[in-house]
Write a protein that binds this ligand. Structure first.
Ligand code: ANZ
Ligand code: ZN
Length: 880
């Protein structure tokens, strides 16, 4: 696959392999990308989501870094003090798995990967301030995280509670709900079980309403992400309703409280269902082994809402009955059902089968009545019946006593009003209630390679925060991975300590923090250029919010929500003065590549394959046929990856950068192809040639500006200034593919001007000036995208300084002003239309535009016009 492209003339050839490392070395030596907090220029903070050091990167990982880099370089040229840092999300399970599988210590594995990946990122020519590099596994980073934990603890934002967790029996760890996929652990694939454990939680629900409201202010976030966050927080307005037990039902309590968002459907209630964890269900189970067995059966499988929802619906009839709140002659049976969650609402529901799919499935299974109470707008009341699909739309109330004829919202309100007045004992029978789907964030992980939770458990004092002067609680390095479970539990010397309060023997907390904690504040850490003060309020105040955050859509919910929570929680603790950390968010598309399989069904790397076109390919080694499959996300497992080193070696890094920005809108997936990278290579060569020709044909540097410009010179100047203005706008709006298209368009105009100059000896002074000017502008404009090429050209143009430190070209607004005139259009002597054209448009251009007008096309009806008379700047006459 990797064919050496053929240069036209060797002497003309731009040799990226030799040139690129040279400029990278110079950037590094001169520290051009080092950022100072006391720089007086306005700030701009560009951040790409930091990588997990999993091994080596492939070109698919590079796209978001390159996009961020283009913006950072452009903003620097536009006069901003730019912060563009990089670091490593370095704690996590894979390091530990490597330790278990290959006997490498997680720390060694992680730091080796960091070293390799740092080199790869540097190879991409990214303008990063490496002085601010952080790794979350470094004690100098996590010491602050432990202080933050203690702050949260003191503020009541961290707490401990018994909770049911997803237990991965293979990895021996608790999993977050999101880490359970189809009932299995996300890494091990083992069927997840439920267990009760004492866990640390962060009180994210305290901010639920604020986090929801502030989504409205995030106007530079993709609408899709805002919607996902809203749904995740899941605010719902409903009613808590008390159902009294019927006489003869030996209820332990006088009534059961349910939560409903559809009080309008109350007349359609066919059953009540309690969560298997509902206190009443538990009490009933104590005297009923069949119920106890049923509850045990419900415990199989994960705890997430999705999981519970997709499970087969199961119920157990308790034999108890409750009285319908709006009709005391009716009773409703009480079940225990697996799909009712204890940690939402009240842990009990009433089921209305006609208007809720879950309830319908349940009712069909257990032979309960299905009575519709909402009639769809165009349905016939006599004929309307529910089949297999519940109706959850709007409509008019039927079969509902005093509600009949009302709309759904009116009926909700009417039920709420009435039940608010009724009493059950001293309590109102109905109470309006807002609920959130969002749950507090369980952060405890029974894992070694994470940030230690700075707490000591004492039998007399309970959990005690580690005194701040003793921080960091360092991870002990001398641990063994030869047995399953958390090695910290077995690290006696580390674990067993004296209680900081009473001095009695006590035990360290051996759980570590969820790695999402590490990534919830790293963007604040970068603001500080001082390791002694990792979270520096003034520095955060200066740099934050991040002006442009770039990353994958897979982080649309958790990482972003946790970071938003952290920022608010830190503010509540007085640590920062900020609410929303990310002012602008962009989610980039992925890079995809065809996949190749040989005749034995083994995946092949692209470099092992010769692509013949038409979907055909052969194996280079033996010429055997290769099966080509459509492009997919680059991934190691399918081998459809391209190493950045290979691209750099053959074509140069600028080609890779240029290609990643070209063609496809940045939010969409982009296909990596051989043809594409070769196209990028030809472009780089072409720019190099054009700039050198312009140097040769153009005016020497510092030639003074001629007083007047003829048409060819003026046209080139317009094109060059227009380019600078357009690309600035494109990059500001992250339309990188459009910026690339504008550069291509300009290159054509530039090439014509160079050819015209070659044709005229001597080159007229105005054109010579314009050629030089155009070359300088072009070089500055491409600098954010192909920075090495730009530096080489800049030097060739005779500049001493670096393009990386140069300003964006100053655009002469007069050259952009495209004066227009409005011309009336007459068809056969009658005015039919108007057209707006550039004042300097030629007769031919006007004619062309006129023929495209709808009115003219209609009049001509497919025929050619007899005549078109253009009176320049006055009127156009069409004779049809
Ligand atoms: C009766 C009803 C009739 C309901 C109907 C829906 C449709 P959101 O909008 O997500 O808040 N529910 C309440 N608590 C529950 C729990 N702990 N576990 C499982 N389901 C629970 O959902 C609120 C609805 O979800 C509530 O409204 C309740 O069912 C159910 F035609 O009440 B509804
Ligand atoms: Zn104690």
């Amino acid at each position: 696959m990797s064919q050496e492209p053929t240069p036209e003339r060797a002497s003309d050839r731009y040799n990226a392999r030799e040139i690129e490392p040279r400029w990278q070395k110079i950037w590094k030596e001169r520290g051009v990308f080092r950022t100072r907090n006391d720089d007086p220029r306005p700030k701009f903070y560009v951040l790409e989501m930091f990588p997990y050091p999993s091994g080596r990167i492939h070109i698919g990982h590079g796209r978001n870094y390159v996009m961020g880099d283009v913006l950072a370089r452009y903003k620097r040229m536009a006069g901003f003090n730019v912060l563009h840092p990089m670091g490593w999300d370095a704690f996590g399970l894979p390091a530990e798995n490597a330790a278990i599988e290959r006997g490498i210590h997680p720390k060694a594995w992680t730091y080796e990967n960091i070293a390799a990946m740092r080199e790869q990122l540097q190879l991409l020519g990214l303008s990063l301030d490496w002085d601010r590099e952080i790794a979350t596994c470094d004690p100098s980073y996590y010491v602050e995280q432990q202080r933050i934990f203690l702050d949260f603890l003191e503020a009541g934002l961290a707490y401990r509670k018994e909770s049911e967790v997803n237990w991965d029996p293979v990895d021996n760890t608790v999993l977050a709900n999101e880490q359970v996929i189809d009932g299995r652990g996300w890494r091990s694939g083992a069927v997840v079980e439920r267990r009760k454990l004492s866990q640390w939680f962060f009180r994210i629900t305290h901010f639920a309403q604020e986090l929801l409201d502030a989504i409205d202010t995030l106007d530079r976030w993709p609408e899709k992400v805002r919607l996902m966050q809203r749904n995740w927080i899941g605010r719902s307005e409903g009613l808590e309703v008390l159902f009294e037990f019927a006489k003869g039902s030996p209820g332990v309590d006088p009534a059961v409280k349910v939560y409903t968002t559809r009080p309008d459907t109350l007349y359609g209630a066919a059953f009540l269902a309690l969560s298997p964890d509902h206190p009443l269900a538990r009490r009933l189970a104590a005297g009923n082994t069949a119920l106890a067995d049923f509850i045990a059966l419900c415990k199989k499988g994960g705890t997430s809402a999705e999981e519970v929802e997709t499970q087969e619906k199961m119920g157990f009839d308790t034999g108890l009955k409750v009285v319908h709140p709006l009709d005391d002659k009716r009773t409703v049976p009480v079940y225990v059902a697996n799909f009712v969650l204890m940690d939402y609402g009240t842990g009990a529901i009433f089921g209305c089968p006609a208007h809720d799919q879950r309830d319908l499935d349940f009712a069909r299974k257990y032979g309960l009545p299905v009575v519709p109470v909402v009639l769809p707008p165009d349905a016939d009341a006599g004929a309307f019946a529910i089949g297999d699909v519940a109706y959850d739309g709007d409509g008019t109330l039927i079969n509902s006593g005093f509600l009949d004829g009302m709309s759904v919202p009116d009926a909700k309100e009417a039920v709420a009003r009435r039940l608010e007045r009724f009493r059950v004992g001293h309590e109102p029978q109905g109470t309006r209630k807002v609920n959130f789907r969002l749950r507090d964030w369980g952060i405890s992980r029974q894992r070694y390679w994470g940030c230690p939770i700075p707490v000591i458990h004492c039998e007399s004092c309970g959990p005690v925060g580690v005194p701040r002067e003793e921080l960091p609680v360092r991870l002990p390095e001398d641990v063994a991975f030869d047995r399953p479970g958390n090695p910290l539990d077995r690290a006696k010397a580390w674990r067993d300590v004296a209680c900081p309060k009473c001095g009695k023997p006590a035990r360290r907390e051996t759980d570590t923090m969820d790695t999402f904690v590490d990534s919830s504040w790293y963007f604040l850490r970068y603001a500080s250029d001082n390791a002694q003060q990792p979270l520096d309020k003034a520095a955060v105040g200066h740099w934050l919010p991040v002006d442009q955050y770039i990353g994958g859509i897979e982080h649309a919910i958790l990482h972003l929500l946790y970071s938003r929570f952290f920022t608010r929680a830190l503010k509540a603790c007085g640590r920062v003065d900020l609410e929303e950390p990310f002012a602008g968010l962009f989610t980039q598309g992925m890079i995809v590549h065809e996949t190749y399989k040989d005749q034995d069904g083994k995946w092949l790397f692209p470099e092992e394959v010769k692509v013949l076109g038409n979907g055909k390919a052969v194996k280079i080694a033996d010429g055997s046929t290769v099966a080509v499959a459509p492009p997919e996300k680059m991934s190691k497992s399918k081998r459809n990856v391209v190493a950045p080193e290979a691209v750099a070696d053959t074509y140069g890094v600028d080609c890779a950068r240029w290609f990643m920005l070209s063609d496809t809108p940045p939010e969409r997936d982009s296909e990596w192809t051989q043809g594409g990278i070769e196209g990028a290579w030809r472009f780089v060569q072409r720019i190099w040639r054009l700039v050198n020709e312009a140097i040769e044909l153009g005016a020497p540097a510092a030639t003074s500006r001629p007083d007047a410009f003829g048409d060819p010179a003026l046209a080139l100047r317009r094109a060059a200034h227009g380019l600078a203005a357009q690309v600035a706008d494109d990059v500001e709006r992250l339309r990188f593919n459009v910026a690339v298209a504008h550069v291509y368009e300009f290159a054509n105009a530039f090439a014509s001007a160079v050819a015209a100059a070659r044709g005229s000896a001597p080159v007229p002074a105005d054109l010579a000036y314009a050629l030089r000017e155009a070359a300088e502008i072009a070089v500055l404009v491409i600098a954010p995208m192909t920075p090495h090429l730009a530096e080489e050209c800049w030097a060739a143009l005779g500049h001493d300084g670096l393009v990386a430190e140069a300003g964006w070209p100053r655009v002469d607004a007069a050259l952009l002003r495209r004066d227009t005139v409005t011309l009336p259009i007459q068809i056969n002597g009658k005015k039919r239309d108007d057209i707006v054209v550039p004042r300097e448009a030629t007769t031919a251009e006007v004619e062309e535009a006129v023929l495209k007008l709808e009115s003219v096309r209609r009049a001509l009806d497919g025929r050619a016009p007899k005549r078109i008379i253009v009176v320049p700047q006055r009127i156009v006459n069409v004779v049809a």
